[in-house]
Design a binder for this molecule. Structure first.
Ligand code: ADP
Length: 470
């Protein structure tokens, strides 16, 4: 089976969030199971890597701009990755998330057009196209329009990001009015949500956890697409994401101050004191140190954590936040840092190495999300013996078990978060028994793709088989 995985993010080349991690870890797992899976990614100007080979293949897009094909592999594997160079991918970050001007309509229309035309230029004819999130929604419509007997799967990693883009881009790239007019949103400039094309046209829609698959059918989580989700002919299949256990292993992690495992859990403390030092906090092995690694955006609900910082400080917690994003949230965090220099630490940056030290050094990892399609950081935390305290929603509800592997709260409220954190602190106070049991239960949970890669393979097979039975 030949699968082309189409993504705007891939770790470590281009990472904004979890999509990048999953685009590396799941294809690796599927490749091990014998799937000929290959990826296509924009060759963004910021990607630096000398392992990328020029295939000396060049063609023109629908605007006569040059597309040059390069090839590399997902590091630590033999999974091929096609990187396509085009001037539209050259400047800025992937989505302009640092506030730069990026023409997202042009960028991702071009990427989708390239993805469906790539087979004309490289020696790889996919049986199945597997596309991800709004950036690649039009791939599903382009394929339908081409009428080729290829099969397609669309995976929703986050339904709230929908890509509201002027329809003119798609028309210019040759997508017919048949696909555009029925779902165009009216306005001064006619627009269309790219994600809707991804929902309306594939052979299978999936999302990244069973609970989120149910939640997105409701107005609270459907972000205006719940009707599309419920009236669509297909059910949405929720397959829980997994992690790469080699990449995230406290026993071998090169980014840690001291490596450790379930049999040497006492060594975790060296990472905690190093983290306290790096964050400029009072170095105190017995302090209860909680924190988060996150994009600082509305979804992640950091505001309810901010609301209770004075309570937490008074009750002897230390809090450390690694994140970047919303300028207003960053400013609030800076003010708290000034107010509580011994016990509130911030790193307002994106830093892979520090993120590993956070997963290893914190006692607890807090995830107060408004919604969380799957979430990977709770799984990384558990693997590192760091106890998750999370809101009971989406993939968090599917992975964390109350007082067994972590702590949960239900409503999106600072008081409920505070209660859950107090609960977790009581367990922490019984370090040798209660706490150790929770840490070990998390470390012993298997969050790798072992089981769900097989579920994916079955899904691929089912979809491809419908091709031959048409
Ligand atoms: P989302 O995709 O919504 O951002 P996930 O939990 O699925 O959330 O994935 C987030 C990924 O991004 C994790 O690998 C996390 O460690 C990483 N990450 C987020 N912010 C930072 C940061 N400031 N520095 C390093 N890694 C980060």
């Amino acid at each position: 089976m030949r699968v082309l995985w189409i993504t705007a993010e891939l770790a470590p080349f281009a990472k904004v969030g979890g999509l990048a991690d999953v685009s590396a870890s799941l294809p690796k797992a599927l490749h091990k199971l014998g799937t000929d899976i290959r990826l296509v990614l924009p060759y963004y100007g910021f990607i630096e890597n000398n392992e990328i080979a020029d295939l000396a293949i060049s063609f023109r897009d629908y605007k006569e701009r040059e597309c040059k094909v390069f090839r590399t592999v997902i590091p630590g594997s033999e999974v091929p990755v096609y990187l396509v160079k085009n001037e539209i991918f050259q400047t800025g970050t992937a989505y302009g998330e640092k506030g730069e001007e990026v023409d997202l309509g042009d960028r991702f229309t071009t990427f989708c057009w390239i993805a469906v035309n790539l087979h004309n230029h490289v020696d790889f004819e996919p049986d199945l196209y597997h596309a991800h999130d709004w950036h690649t929604g039009p791939v599903m419509a382009f394929l339908k329009q081409a009428g080729v007997n290829y099969r397609s799967i669309f995976t929703i990693h986050n339904l709230a990001y929908q890509g509201n883009i002027a329809t003119a881009y798609l028309r210019e790239a040759g997508l017919s009015s048949t696909y555009i007019d029925p779902i165009a949103d009216p306005g001064e400039v006619q627009t269309l949500r790219f994600l809707r094309l991804g929902i309306l046209h594939p052979d299978l829609i999936t999302t990244v956890s069973p609970t989120y698959a149910k939640e997105i059918m409701t107005p609270e989580y459907g972000y205006g697409l719940e009707r599309d989700m419920t009236t669509h002919r297909l059910p949405v299949k929720g397959i829980l994401n997994g992690i790469d256990p080699d990449e995230w292993d406290p026993q071998t992690d090169q980014f840690l101050h001291r490596q450790y495992g379930p049999d040497s859990l006492d060594d975790k403390i060296h990472n905690k004191t190093e983290l306290q030092k790096e964050a400029g906090l009072k170095v105190d092995p017995s302090a209860y140190t909680v924190g988060i690694v996150t994009r600082l955006v509305y979804q992640k609900g950091v505001n309810i954590l901010v609301d209770i910082i004075p309570d937490l400080m008074q009750e002897g917690f230390q809090v450390i936040i690694l994140g970047t994003g919303d300028e207003k949230i960053e400013e609030q965090l800076r003010q708290l840092r000034t107010r509580y220099p011994d016990s509130f630490g911030i790193f307002l940056t994106y830093n892979e190495k520090l993120s590993h030290l956070m997963f290893a050094g914190l006692d607890s990892f807090v995830i107060p999300s408004r919604y969380e399609p799957c979430g990977l950081t709770q799984m990384y935390s558990m693997r590192y013996g760091t106890v998750p305290v999370v809101r009971c929603t989406g993939g968090l509800a599917d992975t964390v078990e109350e007082d067994v592997t972590g702590f949960l709260f239900g409503n999106f409220s600072s008081q409920e978060l505070l209660a859950a954190l107090r609960n977790s602190k009581s367990a922490f106070d019984d370090r040798k028994n209660h706490w150790r049991g929770i840490q070990l239960a998390g470390m012993q949970s298997d969050w790798s793709w072992k089981k769900n890669a097989l579920t994916w393979l079955e899904a691929y097979n089912e979809v491809v088989q419908t091709k031959t039975s048409d």
